[in-house]
Design a protein around this ligand. Structure first.
Ligand SMILES: Cc1ncc(COP(=O)(O)O)c(C=O)c1O
Length: 396
């Protein structure tokens, strides 16, 4: 019963007609294990979550320590608890001076919901600018600012006054005006198939937002937490957002997200009306303890120092005449082929042979690779060998 496909398919809501249906009993480091002993390399980190591997011992220990103190005690924002306090202090130390005030939530989409409300409230404006092919989450607000028309259409009406512009196209920046409350953008577009903007573009975007008074929201839910080789991807570009959103890998495997801004901006949710944004479970102490341990692991194990070298190693090992393009920043890859059908065959074959790769939401001709940053050179070689054989087979 534990791993019954019948229960899974009939009693758990399904997100697609063709789930992977791989039974997973436990996970450790870069590996997932099935009850029959089959071992998989998780080359996507559970979609950009397990950046420090599964069940990192320091994270497990921090969770256990918090379990022995207390679990939930009160809805967000009333009692002083050590875990959220310590995590907020750590974030303020790691981030630029204007990102000194954090609101903890439970997921990525919630972080973006909070950020959008905050921007509207602070600026007193209503228009939001977002980007074609972006993905910001599945709740109504985040879906409204996501770029995938097919996924959105069935759920209209969505938020009004949302405009979409082209990513990395400086000509479109003129659409940002003094009517714009905020621009929400993934620093690196993830589900569009790893689209990396130019330095000049992001500087022009930052400048335009500052000139018009529109707040710049950087969504680093997928590309943050060391994935690109810096703790936050915006550090590659020398720009700073007005609001930063994070989630996924932030919790080290537990659900937590956050939107972060200056204290001045964040105060607009506190007054007039008070309780401008509320959540029961946001800042859950166990999740905060896990997130703090995760940040400490990234720092103490100097994981960021190895990201670029490992990324290059994978890129070199994956050279194959069938690949059209590899788009990469750090350890975030899109591997591009001539058709979605080819991608389907390669991903299925790789999984069959114990290496988990996965698709993108808005880029059917590519598959994603985003391994734990802790992956070793030997494990990289093994995984790349499996993928190359899968590519060979798809072209045979
Ligand atoms: C860039 C980005 N923003 C937001 C989200 C939504 O996060 P969640 O699934 O935790 O709601 C995702 C999830 O894939 C994402 O990649």
């Amino acid at each position: 019963m534990e791993f019954s496909p019948d229960v899974f398919l009939n009693h758990l809501a399904q997100t697609s007609p063709h789930p992977l249906l791989i039974p997973i009993e436990r996970a450790e480091g870069i590996y997932l294990y099935s009850p029959d002993g089959k071992k998989y390399i998780d080359l996507i980190s559970g979609i950009a979550v397990s950046n420090i591997g599964h069940r990192h011992p320091q994270v497990v220990q921090a969770i256990k320590a918090q379990l022995d103190k207390h679990l939930h005690v009160m809805a967000y924002g009333e009692y002083i608890q050590s875990a959220p306090n310590l995590l907020a202090k750590k974030l303020a130390e790691l981030l630029p001076a204007n990102l000194n005030c954090v609101y903890f939530v439970n997921s990525g989409t919630e972080a973006n919901e909070g950020a959008l409300k905050l921007a509207k409230r602070f600026t007193g404006r209503t228009e939001i600018i977002s980007f074609h092919k972006s993905y910001h989450g599945s709740t109504h607000g985040s879906l409204s600012v996501s770029g995938n028309e097919v996924k959105k259409n069935a759920f209209r009406p969505l938020l009004p006054e949302v405009r979409f512009i082209e990513f990395n196209n400086p000509l479109d920046l003129k659409q940002i005006t003094d009517k714009t409350a905020c621009v929400i953008v993934e620093t690196i577009q993830g589900d569009a198939g790893v689209r990396i903007p130019s330095r000049e573009y992001l500087h022009a975007l930052r400048k335009k937002c500052s000139e018009t008074g529109a707040l710049l929201i950087l969504d680093e839910i997928q590309c943050g937490m060391g994935r690109t080789g810096k703790l936050f991807a915006f550090e590659h570009y020398g720009i700073v957002p007005d609001i930063l959103t994070i989630a996924k890998a932030f919790g080290g495997g537990l659900p937590i997200g956050a939107f972060i801004s200056s204290k001045e901006i964040m105060n607009s949710l506190t007054y007039d009306p008070m309780l401008g944004h509320i959540t029961t479970f946001g800042g859950n102490p166990v999740c905060c303890a896990s997130a703090l341990a995760t940040l400490n692991v990234i720092e103490e194990d100097k994981l960021l120092d190895q990201v670029e070298r490992k990324g290059k190693l994978i890129e070199n090992l994956l050279q194959h005449s069938g690949i059209r393009e590899i788009r990469r920043i750090g350890l975030l890859f899109a591997i591009d082929f001539d058709s979605a059908d080819r991608v389907q065959k390669i991903v299925e074959e790789a999984i069959k042979n114990g290496v988990i790769c996965f698709w993108f939401l808005s880029c059917p001709n590519s598959f994603r690779i985003a391994p734990p940053l802790t992956i070793s050179d030997e494990q990289i070689a093994t995984a790349c060998d499996v993928i190359k054989k899968a590519i060979d087979k798809a072209y045979s």
